[in-house]
Design a protein around this ligand. Structure first.
Ligand code: SF4
Ligand code: SF4
Length: 338
């Protein structure tokens, strides 16, 4: 276990920036917090849950995955050494879920390369970031259990720093970090974890809703009612740390040259599963919503989910941003009420 005085944090981030691109919470216009390249003037520790999860570090909104020309195929593999500093535990779990999805059955080399070149530094939450946080229900926060390189606990004038990997340990070989007596530090860390854990409300209906989904106990009528309200904006999928749907588009860039681009897509869009024949196996918005929520709460629960309960990591963003209140919290409650 290490410790770092808060006054030394900027110095450390500057030091890391010599070898890595450090992405961290920066204050933008209208006080919006975005993860962006470390800028000492805009860097802030005064942030809650950013509106966007850090998934674009691994799966950008839009990226060229390969180019073709007379000489053949040229994959575009990104190998920028990056540190994600200050991500939340739910998002760390989301990264692990997505990594498992993108590299287990099919090894997505573009995703994998970004993963292998990115270090994660989690900022454990001392309590809920807003009223929609439910990471304690999904077992994915308020502190990370696995996967991080370093995890910071804010204990006043300093941070306790848990080392999660060998690479993380190397990051602490820089002026500012010092060793701390492990038993004293562990006591402090455990009481931080306990208090944080107790301060985040559980959703009592969650397990029952998962159970109903697992046993086909949810009526189609409920999904159709949600489907009638959905305006198909795709917002819930874009803000979700574990949504990874994408589309690919080929385009010509010059004579005898072209590229393949992949962009985020959403399973809630009408054409997402439309087949070449015109047949659409998810023909209504209700069916599309059913499938999305089954992906979060029913399927993939037996994967290497790093201790988390399901593919939803309880960040609450879909409830924050859906304009017609079809977030996971609302869906879970409706399933149990149905
Ligand atoms: S389904 Fe909603 S609450 Fe769950 S991880 Fe995705 S955005 Fe967060
Ligand atoms: S955010 Fe709400 S309205 Fe938009 S696609 Fe998702 S469920 Fe539908």
């Amino acid at each position: 276990m290490k410790t770092l005085a808060k006054k030394d944090l900027a110095k450390v981030l500057n030091g890391w920036s010599r070898d890595y691109t450090v992405l961290c919470p920066n204050k933008k216009a209208h006080n919006e917090i975005m993860f962006d390249v470390f800028d000492e003037q805009r860097f802030t520790l005064d942030y809650t849950k950013p509106s966007m999860p850090p998934k674009s570090s691994f799966l950008p909104h839009s990226e060229t995955v390969f180019m073709v020309d007379d000489n053949g195929y040229h994959p575009v593999i990104q190998e920028t050494k990056t540190i994600l500093f200050g991500i939340r535990a739910c998002d760390m779990t989301g990264i692990l879920q997505s990594k498992s999805f993108m590299t287990t059955d099919t090894d997505d080399v573009f995703y994998r390369s970004r993963w292998e070149n990115t270090l994660t530094v989690v900022m454990a939450c001392a309590g809920p970031q807003n009223e929609t946080c439910f990471c304690t229900t999904t077992n994915s926060g308020p502190y990370a259990r696995k996967g991080y390189d370093l995890q910071f606990y804010d204990v006043g004038e300093s941070f306790l720093v848990e080392v999660g990997s060998e690479t993380g340990s190397k990051l602490t070989i820089i002026e500012g970090f010092s060793d701390i007596d492990d038993s004293e530090a562990l006591d402090k860390m455990h009481s931080f974890q306990q208090e944080a854990d107790q301060s985040i409300e559980r959703i009592p209906e969650f397990a029952q809703a998962m159970d109903r989904l697992a046993n086909n106990g949810v009526s189609d009528d409920l999904w159709e009612r949600f489907g009638n309200k959905c305006i198909v904006c795709g917002g819930c999928t874009f803000v979700c740390p574990t949504c990874t749907c994408f589309n690919v588009v080929d385009r010509q860039t010059a004579d005898q040259e072209g590229e393949r681009i992949r962009t985020w897509d959403a399973c809630l869009y009408t054409g997402f599963t439309k087949e070449a024949s015109g047949h659409n196996p998810r023909s209504s918005q209700g069916l599309r919503l059913k499938r999305r929520h089954e992906h979060k709460l029913r399927y993939f629960n037996d994967r290497d989910t790093h201790g988390a309960l399901c593919t939803c990591v309880g960040c609450g963003r879909c409830s924050d941003y859906c304009p017609v209140h079809i977030g996971t919290i609302e869906v879970v409650k409706a399933i149990v009420k149905d």
